[in-house]
Design a protein around this ligand. Sequence first.
Ligand code: PLP
Length: 449
Amino acid sequence: MSLSQQQDRQHCFHPFSNYHQLNRDGARVIVKGEGIYVYDEQGNKILDAMAGLWCVNLGYSAKPLIEAAQKQFNTLPYYNLFFQTTHSPAAKLAAKLAEITPAKLNHVFFTGSGSECNDTVLRTVRHYWACLGQPQKQIVISRDNAYHGSTMAGASLGGMKPMHAQGGLPIPGIVHIPQPYHFGEGQGVDVEMFGQQRAQLLEQKILELGVENVAAFIAEPIQGAGGVIIPPDSYWPEIQRICDHYGILLIVDEVICGFGRTGEWFASQTYAITPDLMCLAKGITSGYLPLGAVMVSDRIAQVLQEHDDEFTHGFTYSGHPVACAVALATIEEMEKNHLVEKVRNDIAPYLAQKWLALAEHPLVGEARIKGMMAAIELVENKATLKRYNKTKAAGTLCRNICVSNGLIMRAVGDTMIIAPPLIISKAEVDELIQLAWQCLDQTYAQLTS
Ligand code: PLP
């Protein structure tokens, strides 16, 4: 074991990691990143089809971002926004975010992460209704299998049962409805009908709980960590109609979907959603520094700002000047290179054409893609779409085979997912797809031997 592996093994706790595997093999030590590739200690070059954790949209060696950080470090390496203070990187970024996000989201609450964004929206909507004299309007409706972060509020808003099992979650006032996962839960039902039925479960839940008790609904436009669950086209219009009809605030978590991933700046634009609050993180700095931002609508901001009491909420790193400078450089770089248009018109359609062909592989029951996020479902029987027995751990096997072939794909159960850097070239897409075929072949061979 290398020194890094020894130190890691003795002292590092790892998020979402299997300790049997860690103790047996040691951690993979990543030493360098360049473009869409990372390199490990042994010198292996690995194509990162997950852009880190869905965040390194501009790849690992974007000089303008590094230079922006260096410049900001030299002038003001830290200050905060507490007690009526501001600084130019935060003010400028807030103005820029107001410009590029949907029309009525003109106010920003900065955080240090996506999880902190979701803690912030929970407190914001509850405080908002209390300010309006409706303190009983506390309940936030979310969805099964959602991931909204790892803090107590984030994990509670999330709908991951194993997370709830650890630590007595969800916290009170958060309930979940099923997700629009057609492959997993809607086979045999017309896809658009299924989308509508799943959206209408929100209406049923609001009526069951009493509209006077429901503060908001929260969802990702496309559920990412849950397995790239792309909703049927009928889903979001119905959700929007229900939120509007009952006056329920709509929170859109764009921590993954934001910043070009679906071929628009924000997936709310892709799906014509009009949110009251929007959570941003990850791609906001291309993952180079931790930063989150909650976009707040004029209507909510006005109520909070006119209220006599302070909103007693904030983080030491809310609006960190270096992170804000890197976010500004990220957006500038995307604008300068017309990256969102390139994704929409060029690279995402190219990736889609190649990715969807994976459905022909004997191990694949479905391939789906929206913009630059995609999934394939591994099945034992292509005709019946029956999954492998859980003991086979087909997804984990495939993921491990991918890594040993120099490709990072993520496994969510037996769903394999990708979200590559947005700057990926067509030649690199070809390489990704060729590796994916090769790894599927090897996985299939092992599963059927
Ligand atoms: N929301 C979504 C949709 C996410 O995918 C994530 C992280 O993957 C989070 C929130 C939490 O973000 P962070 O890990 O920055 O706290």
